[in-house]
Design a protein around this ligand. Structure first.
Ligand code: RUB
Length: 307
């Protein structure tokens, strides 16, 4: 949790693989490959929900080269390229998404998403007079980071508790949130409580847009695989000492939830704004995955398990 937000996590993973490749002393290519694969596995296992992480690792690990030196320099190139295109993607999402914000709009946001903030910041930068309502985002209070960033930008911001979302929805023109993952059918996985915002927005006919880089789209959902929802420590919710005195009570602390595509009006990616139903096209045409590739991978892994 020192590094958080799906985009930042992806860039940190790319940087970590690069740093690790640079300190490898071996001249044996097989050893280099296995060290890097092991590091990639560890990185991917740290955060199960943010699909940006395995996508970033897969991109960086697609390095080529016959010798260690060649492989290392190709990996470094892939990592640097991923990091810079990821930053550029956030900037482009801001340009694309801010077109949906009108002068005088009040925007509600949840948690701390750099992609969603890019949309809001760009609307402000282009001279639109906007206000923001930001949720505190219990239990880790990422909303405090958001209000700090909005304050630095000079945007008039109101902080609310998560349970006040429906109460304030009548004052909101547009909800803008980020994503940890987008499934092939256009559902969005984001900070716990996002689906509650979406439900309240849907009820009051307020539009909701998701700001998500294309590497947040999940290829494995093409075959119906579910995105794993990370369950975090109970100590984030209640003091363990207080809890230990209550033997009939247990705590559940899922960090993310799923917002169905029917509650999402638009997904703003760096490749353009799409309706959630177009998510498959992003996975196929931008990420380069097809249902057939997925089937082949599954068949091969089943074969390996059988052997
Ligand atoms: C962060 C979170 C963010 C998404 C998108 O959760 O849910 O909305 O990751 O962020 P946590 P970004 O703080 O638990 O990682 O747009 O910055 O990728």
């Amino acid at each position: 949790m020192e590094i958080r937000g799906a985009g930042t996590i992806a860039r940190a993973a790319a940087q970590a693989l690069k740093d690790y490749a640079l300190v490898q002393e071996t001249t044996i290519k097989q050893e280099f490959d296995s060290q890097l694969s092991r590091a990639a596995e560890i990185l991917v296992s740290t955060r199960p929900t943010a699909v940006s992480l395995p996508n970033a690792v897969r991109i960086v690990m697609a390095y080529k080269g016959g010798s260690v030196n060649e492989a290392r320099s190709d990996l470094v190139r892939q990592a640097d390229e991923f990091i810079s295109t990821s930053k550029e993607a956030t900037r482009r999402i801001g340009l694309i998404g801010s077109k949906r914000i009108r002068n005088g709009n009040t925007i509600m946001t949840h948690c701390n998403s750099q992609a969603a903030l890019s949309v809001i910041a760009e609307a402000h930068r282009s001279g639109k007079n906007i206000k923001v309502i930001a949720t505190e985002s219990r239990p880790r209070l990422q909303g405090h980071l958001t209000i700090q960033q909005l304050n630095e930008l000079g945007i008039e911001t109101t902080l609310i508790v998560d349970s006040a979302v429906r109460y304030f929805m009548k004052d909101v023109d547009l909800v803008v949130v980020g994503a940890d993952a987008v499934t092939a059918n256009g559902s969005v996985i984001n900070k716990i409580g996002t689906s509650q915002l979406a439900l309240a927005a849907h009820e009051s006919r307020t539009n909701l847009i998701v700001a998500a880089e294309t590497y947040k789209f999940s290829p494995s959902t093409l075959l119906g695989e579910m995105v794993e929802i990370e369950e975090r420590d109970a100590g984030e919710v209640i003091d363990p000492e207080k809890l230990s005195g209550m033997k009939h009570v247990r705590v559940k602390n899922p960090a993310f939830d799923v917002t169905p595509s029917s509650y999402i009006d638009l997904i703003c990616t760096e490749a353009g704004a799409i309706s959630p139903e177009m998510s498959y096209i992003i996975i196929r045409d931008i990420l380069g995955w097809d249902v057939r590739d997925m089937q082949e991978i599954i068949e091969n892994s089943t074969k390996n398990q059988d052997e």
